[in-house]
Design a binder for this molecule. Structure first.
Ligand SMILES: Nc1nc2c(c(=O)[nH]1)N[C@H]1C(S)=C(S)[C@@H](COP(=O)(O)OP(=O)(O)OC[C@H]3O[C@@H](n4cnc5c(=O)[nH]c(N)nc54)[C@H](O)[C@@H]3O)O[C@H]1N2
Ligand SMILES: Nc1nc2c(c(=O)[nH]1)N[C@H]1C(S)=C(S)[C@@H](COP(=O)(O)OP(=O)(O)OC[C@H]3O[C@@H](n4cnc5c(=O)[nH]c(N)nc54)[C@H](O)[C@@H]3O)O[C@H]1N2
Ligand code: SF4
Ligand SMILES: [Mo]
Length: 742
């Protein structure tokens, strides 16, 4: 018997429909059983009628109540009493906390101006309201620095948009119809598990699945074929595939003629991208590249699930732009089950969010924009660092001179994010957070790494406890979240915390007096685009989720209609030329292939651990046990060359920092690359650090995106590093002066 039927027949149970808030493409619809007498949630499960969720949640969220009722939940506002970063707090009342924070912010703004306040948030919750609605209104009235939310997908998004026009593509259920599926830079069974149902349907009908990844992930193991590839080299593979496809006349000349722009330029460009040339860069043997290209062009419908792994590199934007050309070249878009999906977010691009964010409250002020990937630089006392933290996504965008970089950041307000664990160049971030003159407010459910540095730590509600609307990025069903239980302890929704802060600051726009339900209703009722027809407040309340009003099956580009300037799939992009890029697909090498000889050191990638969601769930004991310990997966050849044994404590070092991990020797990672699953809380690791010690703030080629997986490191037994450090008379913060053998 399903949980729904079990509880539905129990008169003493109330069932509430909601949606998982996490940063995950699946946006599962969930149902919660609540005991009305105690107000406690008893159980939750995946909505049986939701076409993507299909009744099942992932292993993490299936245990969401363990997180909701975790003894570590913050239940009262806290005020710092110990030294900065010590995590020592005393409880205070909401009135005290709000009053004191507002007084301090007023003082900072009066002395240093509103741009000295920096909001820092990401997708701890993806619900539109708690993600950044009342908070954005608050910072708009203030005129605070603007935060560019670049930490995840921006390089790939920009690249995709240049080719396709918007992050729009296949609907997930279409993958059930594919004959060949390339899973490219995605770990579907970990990060997008509900897509697998459709992929399995395709396989039952004879479809084949190929995974392109430097790691033999659980997805690669489950697939028909794993193509190991050097990190950051995917653009070269795609260019060589096009070389073969065009060279052997396997492209769809009719589709190309009608619906694409710049075929001749593309053909000329790929002419010298032979599989042999790409093999030297990617590590994929030339015959395998030829086979892959031929299979892709001749197995219609052919689908690509491209995701974020391959774009967390210096050349990630161009790589995605290049891969995104493939479906048009072979006419895959004509068929259900053909095409590519990076993200479905662009299908929602006509959502009118004016009522939500209220950018009108800024008036004609234009605060500086700070790239969130450069938080370490932004929190620096050196104006040259602050200048570098300014958002400059394209080659044509220039950075200000240090004297024009604006004020030091004097106040940091963090919500829905844990930058002390997830942001690159961790030691720079921690150094900034440690500043005595920086006033830091953190809103969270738990005392995270970031929370340890707060002056005030404010308890926020979870999705069990507040209203929201969720716009997914992996399918097309908009969903309403209704609160199932009352807030745990004294916690409050982000929306309410910013409402109270606004009142204390004297911000009196009526937007700060709207209730959560009113904000969401206004959002739903203000939509005018036909894609939102039928998405009413009533329908959302009754059913929980409603599909966007687009045709079924959804074949957006079967007859062209690309949302590019030309209306075609742009092999040649005028917009790229204007933005300072090569207008035709080309190869942007990863940072690790530039400069020093490739044989020096190893490349480190740190994609998500299966049981965590970024750093969320990393404090829940069940999931910590499953992930064992912060690991470094290393190929036997690389381990042997360094005298590293399985289970040994190793140091991973580069010029940015170092971290101690436990070696796991495995052929599940290619030689020359190491794989450190993330993101552990730094304070749960033996040395109080995590893998972001060695990641860089450097922007990818497009969108000022992150480059987490484009990192050169040196790895050695931990004991050896200590020995070297002692000999040099230094601490363990050893920089690049490491022995040649590592
Ligand atoms: N080395 C390395 N670093 C990475 C990555 C990687 O693969 N490797 N991945 C990167 C990626 S893709 C991303 S998206 C970022 C993610 O980085 P973050 O967006 O910071 O994600 P989380 O680490 O999950 O932290 C989210 C925090 O928000 C809190 N939260 C959740 N809901 C609410 C709410 O309603 N209110 C408030 N106030 N707080 C809430 C959670 O408790 C949690 O502490 O990390 C990036 N960092
Ligand atoms: N369980 C779980 N699910 C998650 C998350 C989580 O932390 N845990 N995080 C969520 C978030 S915020 C995001 S952004 C998504 C991310 O989900 P995905 O897009 O799947 O991204 P990653 O897991 O970062 O990387 C996917 C794969 O890319 C590989 N990879 C790394 N570099 C390269 C490369 O240069 N080329 C190729 N071809 N492959 C490469 C990695 O080894 C990894 O297996 O997942 C979401 N879902
Ligand atoms: S994290 Fe992803 S897979 Fe898990 S319940 Fe949430 S939306 Fe579904
Ligand atoms: Mo992400």
């Amino acid at each position: 018997m399903s949980k729904l039927s079990q509880y539905r027949s129990d008169p003493n149970v109330r069932i509430v429909t909601g949606v998982c808030p996490h940063d995950c493409p699946d946006s599962c619809s969930w149902q919660v059983a609540v005991d009305p007498a105690s107000g406690r949630a008893l159980d939750l499960w995946g909505h049986p009628d939701h076409p993507m969720t299909q009744g099942a949640l992932c292993t993490k969220v299936d245990r969401y109540l363990e997180r909701t009722y975790h003894p570590g939940r913050l239940t009262t506002p806290l005020k710092r009493v110990g030294p900065k970063g010590s995590g020592q707090f005393i409880p205070v009342t909401w009135d005290e906390a709000i009053g004191e924070i507002a007084a301090r912010l007023k003082q900072i703004i009066a002395t240093h101006g509103p741009e000295s306040v920096l909001p820092y948030s990401y997708a701890g919750t993806m619900g539109l309201l708690q993600y950044n609605a009342v908070s954005q209104r608050f910072f708009n009235v203030m005129g605070a620095s603007n935060l560019e939310r670049t930490i995840c997908s921006e390089a790939g998004f920009e690249g995709f948009r240049y080719t396709i026009g918007a992050t729009e593509g296949m609907e997930p259920d279409a993958y059930a119809k594919s004959k060949l599926i390339l899973i490219w830079g995605s770990n579907t069974l970990t990060s997008n598990i509900h897509l697998w149902n459709f992929i399995q349907e395709a396989r039952k009908a004879g479809g084949k699945v190929i995974v392109i990844d430097p790691a033999r992930t659980r997805t690669a193991r489950a697939a028909d074929e794993w193509i190991p590839i050097h990190p950051g080299s995917d653009g070269a593979l795609a260019l060589a595939m096009m070389h073969v496809i065009i060279g052997e006349g396997l492209h769809d000349a009719d589709y190309v003629a009608r619906y694409t722009l710049g075929f001749e330029a593309l053909a000329a460009r790929v002419a010298d991208w032979t599989p042999e040339r790409a093999a030297a860069i990617t590590g994929v043997p030339a015959p395998r590249i030829r086979d892959l290209a031929r299979a892709y062009a001749t197995s219609q419908p052919a689908a690509i699930r491209i995701n974020y792994g391959l774009q967390r590199h210096a050349g990630g934007g161009m790589a995605v732009r290049t891969v995104a050309c493939l479906p048009a070249l072979i006419g895959a878009w004509r068929h259900e089950g053909g095409g590519i999906q990076l993200s479905a977010s662009g299908v929602f691009r006509h959502l009118d969010t004016r009522s939500l964010y209220r950018h009108d409250l800024l008036g004609d002020r234009k605060p500086r924009s700070i790239n969130m990937n450069r938080l370490g630089d932004a929190l620096s006392l050196d104006p040259a660092d602050i200048a570098r933290a300014h958002y400059h996504p394209r080659p044509v965008d220039t950075l200000p001179m240090p004297e024009a970089a604006g004020p030091l950041v004097k106040a940091l307000i963090v919500y829905n994010s844990n930058p002390a664990a997830v942001a690159p160049n961790q030691s720079a971030v921690h150094r900034g957070l440690q500043r005595e003159d920086l006033f830091t407010v953190v809103l969270d459910h738990f005392q995270t790494d970031t929370a340890d540095y707060a002056d005030y730590l404010l308890p926020a509600t979870t999705q069990m406890e507040h209203w929201d609307i969720l716009k997914p990025y992996g399918h097309l069903h908009l969903a309403l979240n209704q609160p199932a239980i009352a807030p745990v302890g004294e916690s409050l929704p982000n929306s309410e915390i910013f409402r109270r802060l606004a009142a204390a600051m004297g911000y009196d726009d009526p937007g700060f007096r709207q209730s959560d339900e009113e904000i969401l209703r206004e959002l739903v009722e203000s939509q005018r685009h036909p894609r939102f027809e039928g998405i009413t407040w009533q329908a959302l309340c009754e059913r929980g989720f409603v599909r966007l009003n687009v045709p079924t099956p959804y074949l957006p580009f079967a007859q062209g209609n690309f949302p590019t300037p030309s209306g075609k799939c742009e092999f040649y992009s005028e917009r790229m030329a204007a933005d300072g890029y090569d207008p035709v697909p080309t190869y942007h090498p990863p940072a690790w292939q530039q400069g020093a000889a490739p044989e020096a050191g190893l490349i480190c990638i740190s994609p998500p651990a299966h049981s965590f969601l970024n750093s969320t769930f990393a404090n829940v004991e069940r999931f910590q046990r499953r992930e064992q310990t912060p690991l470094l997966k290393i190929h036997p050849d690389d381990a042997a060359a360094r005298n590293i044994h399985d289970g040994m404590s190793v140091q991973v070092v580069n010029d940015l920092g170092s971290v101690t991990l436990i070696a796991q020797i495995t052929t599940d990672i290619i030689p020359g690359t190491v794989h450190a699953p993330g993101v552990w809380w730094a304070k749960h690791s033996g040395d109080g650090r995590n893998i972001n010690q060695i990641t860089s703030q450097a922007e990818a080629d497009m969108g000022a995106g992150a480059s987490f997986y484009d990192t050169r490191v040196w790895v050695m037994p931990a004991a050896l590093l200590h020995e070297v450090a002692e000999r040099k008379g230094e601490g363990s913060d050893l920089s690049l002066t490491v022995p040649a053998a590592v």
